[in-house]
Design a binder for this molecule. Structure first.
Ligand code: GLU
Length: 513
């Protein structure tokens, strides 16, 4: 079987140290899409060897973010698989086996140099030769019998890779960056296993990738400098070297690496600000990859069919939030109302509770809100056409739809709207409101947007008033301001008594009873 015929196996290998950064999310998306496009397997491996930061909570954060993005893994935590376990801390025996293999192949040696000795050597080298070129290989020439005796006597030691002295440059063809070459003679004999028996980062990654049969390592280019070291480890183990694809950085609009300074930088933050997972996947996929250089809306299905490594660019990508907003709006407009309600639920609950986007309802309020959605999902679905056209992010919902939850009173009456519409000189807003109220109170009228609007419009002629001067006051009386969703479509969704009560309420406030 040639390499080309081998089933593709890729992995996303996050270190669970906190939230999932958008750079990590893009790496995950590329691995996932590449597996889908090639009929391969996508593996999730948790690199949890940092005991301080790799907590179960942090792992859960990553799993949640992956689930939210809809990046299902074929093997990994929760789903298992034939090459598990999928947590590095549970794979210690495999690292021990790999060390045995390296010993058998004469590719490692024990090193007894203490930290103090190494520090002193480094200091001296820095003074004398203008730089430390790495470990000076003192223990490499120890007599094996003597080394064994010292091990048997319990002397602390690490295991170092015996980098071949005649190794030419370390070369590989990166699927993104092309041919790469690193001189091997500057690689020192790196530690593979520490004195406490734990594997070093590069050693663990290579063991895992080899044991999991990974064919393509797609990861951020912050790991590019690890690659030549990892290749030396593959060679020492006698394992096939996978194809590497390193991804360029994601920059903020100021040209600096995207970080918290630029606002949101983690998947969770974008989720909490009301972006849709589909839009997020589409947007992140295009940070460094393109279908044809121009298509911007690329659904998951297309991505999973068309994704290829040869269309990844080595240029750094710039995170353009304006484009993300635009894209999110497109996805909102195109989704079914039912899916919208599901995605928008946290913000619909806030609207129900009278909270703003960044206010958390109390638990009891939230339960009531959720129950309301469950009891009358169609009513919530009919809110969708009211806002879909202009919604950029879901977190705009509480503000835009608050008035739909006010019941029989106008909870926030915008002062500017009162001045510009209701109290506008010569506009006869009081008359307009009284007339509209009378029409809306007529029980023989069907409570539907069109007949209601027509019946109100029919007032224009007898009153000699322009439609605008009739509808604007009504809008302010029902919604509290002049910029709300389509008026009669909104009225239709609310009970007649509430609408009449709001008109009375505002009328009395502004014009006196
Ligand atoms: N655990 C590493 C990280 O989170 C990734 C290692 C790799 O992809 O090789 O940066």
């Amino acid at each position: 079987m040639t390499d080309k015929d081998k089933k593709v196996r890729v992995r996303f290998a996050p270190s669970p140290t906190g939230r999932l950064h958008v750079g990590g999310a893009r790496t995950a998306i590329y691995n996932w899409a590449f597996a889908k496009a090639t009929g391969g397997d996508f593996i999730l491996r948790i690199e949890d060897t940092d005991p301080e930061r790799s907590t179960p909570e942090n792992t859960q954060v990553i799993l949640n973010a992956m689930n939210w993005l809809g990046l299902e893994w074929d093997e990994g935590p929760l789903v298992g698989g034939s090459t598990g376990p999928y947590f590095q801390t549970q794979r210690m025996d495999t690292y021990r086996d790999a060390l045995e293999r390296l010993k058998e192949r004469g590719a490692v040696y024990p090193c007894f140099c203490t930290k103090e000795e190494l520090d002193a050597k480094r200091e001296a080298a820095e003074k004398e030769h203008g730089g430390y070129a790495g470990y000076d290989r003192t223990c490499r020439s120890l007599d094996p019998a003597e080394a064994q005796a010292r091990i048997d006597a319990g002397e602390a030691h690490v295991w170092r890779l015996k980098v071949p002295l005649d190794h030419g440059p370390i070369e590989f063809v990166d699927a993104v960056y092309g041919p790469m070459s690193f001189p091997a003679d500057v690689m020192d004999d790196m530690i593979v296993v520490r004195s406490d028996g734990t594997p070093t980062y590069n050693f663990a990654v290579v063991c895992d990738d080899a044991n999991m049969g990974i064919t393509h390592v797609i990861r951020g280019d912050d790991h590019l400098s690890n690659t030549p070291r990892q290749i030396l480890i593959y060679e020492a183990l006698g394992f096939d070297i996978p194809t590497f694809a390193h991804l360029s950085m994601i920059l903020g609009p100021d040209g600096k690496k995207l970080s918290k300074r630029h606002g949101a930088a983690s998947v969770e933050e974008f989720r909490d600000r009301g972006y849709l997972p589909d839009a997020m996947v589409n947007f992140l996929a295009l940070l460094g990859w393109s279908l044809d250089g121009e298509t911007t809306i690329i659904t998951r299905d297309v991505l999973c069919k068309e994704f290829s490594l040869d269309r990844i660019t080595k240029k750094d990508a710039v995170f353009d939030e304006t484009k993300l907003d635009w894209m999110n709006g497109v996805y909102i407009r195109e989704m079914p109302a039912e899916a919208w309600v599901e995605a928008a639920t946290p913000w619909l609950i806030r609207a129900f509770c009278g909270c703003s986007a960044d206010q958390e309802p109390t638990d009891e309020e939230a339960v009531l809100g959720a129950a309301d959605i469950e009891v009358r999902p169609e009513w919530y679905e009919s809110l969708y056409p009211l806002v879909a056209e202009r919604l950029v992010r879901l977190d705009e919902i509480p503000e835009k739809l608050a008035f739909m939850f006010w019941g029989d009173e106008v909870k926030t009456l915008d002062e500017k709207s009162v001045q510009k519409v209701l109290l506008k000189e010569g506009a006869r807003a009081d008359e307009a409101l009284r007339a509209c109220r009378e029409v809306l109170a007529d029980p023989s009228l069907a409570w539907e947007a069109e007949p209601l609007q027509e019946a109100c419009r029919a007032l224009c002629e007898p009153l000699d008033i322009k439609p605008k001067f009739l509808f604007q006051p009504l809008r302010v009386a029902v919604c509290g301001n002049m910029v709300s969703p389509p008026l009669f479509e909104s009225i239709e969704l609310l009970p007649r008594e509430d609408i009449l009560a709001r008109i009375d309420n505002v009328y009395n406030q502004v014009f006196g009873a």
